[in-house]
Design a binder for this molecule. Structure first.
Ligand code: BES
Ligand code: MN
Ligand code: ZN
Length: 496
């Protein structure tokens, strides 16, 4: 979506729809007060008669107000000023976006960014509003194109802010693009989006930016590297696995990069430890981690952040077959550590462990893997937060903080050594499952064994990256968290 700025008085903006926010029980402020004045008190009269809903996220559409240029005015309720947090602000912007998307408006002018939110800057408020609007405007159309009677999406929007805030719109466009890449990949069906397809998308990303290079490793290349944990997972599928390495150079060649690793299981049947039938189609979202690191990578390239970034996608399909790996198998990972497979459905950690070992060669300042790793994570945190695990408190703090800033929140779980004993095996260095207690943590503990002394964090996005029910589908998360982390890294003093 195209974003613009317009500093005219709200009542004088010629638009399909003017969007303003109104708090409950306080006098009209800013653009709302200005519109009220221009309309000779019409807004206040509608509020007094109870025709405008000021409850948080509730919307009221007004038509043809005398003295106001806009064809329509969308009033979004903001609730109590004291409760108006960034989460509430973000939801108000989303609410406006959903309304505009579902109605006959193709353009809008928004004044939501003038609402005071905690201590957040004008830059943040504008950026966040634009990103939320763009996300609310997304519709999946690849295998189900829009029909004539579907409401038209917004084509563009303008915001009330001065030109010096233009960088906030540029940042928003970059972040929105990252979300879009992630979401679209997540929503694609598994018969289209297989490991080779992901590799092709990475090559297209490479073609789009001068300072991006891409390397695709096939089975032979992975065999030479002894990535037998990774390769085991793909063995049951006729869609061959791929390891994808995207490299972005935004600063000096010798500056150590940040490395992001994504779980790219393009479909997870569970393998020989077959999952139950109901809802199995949801396991097309098992590449949500890969989609989000690719999305965050695109944002980084769009914004040309002054950092170096490597994005590694471990792509495979987990299928049952005569050649599939089986429970009881002992496999040797690239690190040389052996793994007893007790459950072929705990496959994510097997592709990731080799990708983490591979990451060593980049000598990263931070190594972050993102994965739809455990159902237990959905049980623990639902769809609201990603789980963040790290032995490096500073890195965990930076990620939690980035999530709060982007309103794409993560919540920390422990990675204490106490849990490691659940992975003991009689026949190998470890088993690939830790039993029922703390399933997300033991998955993290498994990964920790392949990260040596690297400054590493694990993000389980099993709940956050997609939703079921009415508005089912990919959310694109945690692109917001990841991109905020990268932006913050770019803004902080270099060289660790
Ligand atoms: N991809 C799943 C995890 C998952 C489940 C994500 C539900 C989103 C929603 C993962 O590969 C898996 O199957 N994990 C198993 C691990 C178990 C066998 C230790 C799980 O969570 O049941
Ligand atoms: Mn699985
Ligand atoms: Zn999986």
């Amino acid at each position: 979506m195209k974003f613009e700025l317009n500093t005219a008085a709200a009542s004088l903006v010629d638009t399909d729809c003017l969007v303003i926010g109104v708090f409950e029980q306080i006098a009209l402020q800013g653009s709302a007060a200005e519109v009220d004045e221009a309309s000779s008190g019409a807004l206040q009269r509608l509020l007094d008669s109870g025709d405008i809903d000021t409850d948080w996220k509730h919307t009221t559409l007004l038509h043809g107000l005398d003295g106001v240029m806009a064809k329509r005015i969308l009033v979004v309720g903001c609730g109590n000023t004291k409760k108006f947090t960034r989460v509430r602000y973000d939801a108000v912007c989303t609410s406006a976006g959903v309304f505009l998307h579902n109605h006959a408006t193709t353009g809008a002018h928004l004044r939501l960014n003038e609402l005071e939110v905690e201590e957040m800057s004008a830059h943040w408020r504008l950026r966040q509003a634009a990103v939320s609007l763009d996300r609310a405007n997304y519709r999946y159309t690849t295998t189900k194109p829009l029909k004539n009677d579907d409401p038209e999406p917004l084509l563009g929007a303008s915001f009330g802010a001065t030109d010096d805030l233009h960088p906030a719109l540029d940042e928003a466009s970059g972040i929105a693009k990252g979300y879009l890449v992630s979401r679209e990949l997540g929503n694609l069906p598994p018969n289209i989006c297989n490991p080779v397809y992901l590799a092709e998308q990475a090559l297209e990303i490479q073609a789009d930016y001068e300072n991006v290079s891409c390397e695709i490793l096939d089975q032979d290349a992975m065999s030479s590297l002894k990535m037998f944990a990774f390769l085991s997972v793909g063995r049951g599928s006729t869609n061959p696995p791929r390891m994808i390495v995207l490299n972005y150079q935004g600063t000096g060649k010798d500056v150590r990069p940040i490395v992001m690793v994504g779980k790219g299981i393009t479909f997870d049947t569970g393998g020989i430890s077959l999952k139950p039938g109901p809802n199995m189609e949801q396991m097309k979202f098992d590449m949500g981690g890969a989609a989000s690191v690719m999305g965050a990578f695109v944002t980084c390239a769009e914004l040309q952040l002054p950092i170096n970034l490597v994005c590694i996608v471990a792509a495979a399909e987990n299928m049952p077959d005569g050649d599939a790996f089986r429970p009881g198998d002992v496999i040797t990972s690239m690190s040389g550590k052996t793994i007893e497979v007790l459950n072929t459905d705990a496959e994510g950690r097997l592709v990731l462990c080799d990708a983490l070992t591979y990451s060593r060669r980049f000598n990263p300042t931070a190594l972050i893997d993102v994965a739809t790793l455990t159902g237990a994570c959905v049980v623990a945190l639902g769809h609201h937060a990603s789980a963040i695990m790290s032995k490096h408190d500073d890195l965990a703090d930076e990620l939690v903080e980035a999530g709060q800033e982007a309103v794409d929140r993560g919540w920390r779980l422990p990675l204490w050594n106490d849990y490691q004993s659940q992975l003991k095996s009689t026949f190998a260095d470890m088993k690939n499952v830790g039993g029922m207690p703390a399933g997300s943590v033991t998955a993290g503990c498994f990964l920790s064994r392949f990260t040596d002394t690297m400054r590493w964090a694990h993000i389980d996005c099993a709940g956050s990256t997609w939703k079921w029910g009415g508005k089912e589908g990919s959310t694109g998360r945690p692109v917001g968290l990841l991109t905020q982390f990268l932006i913050n890294q770019a803004n902080s003093t270099p060289a660790r």
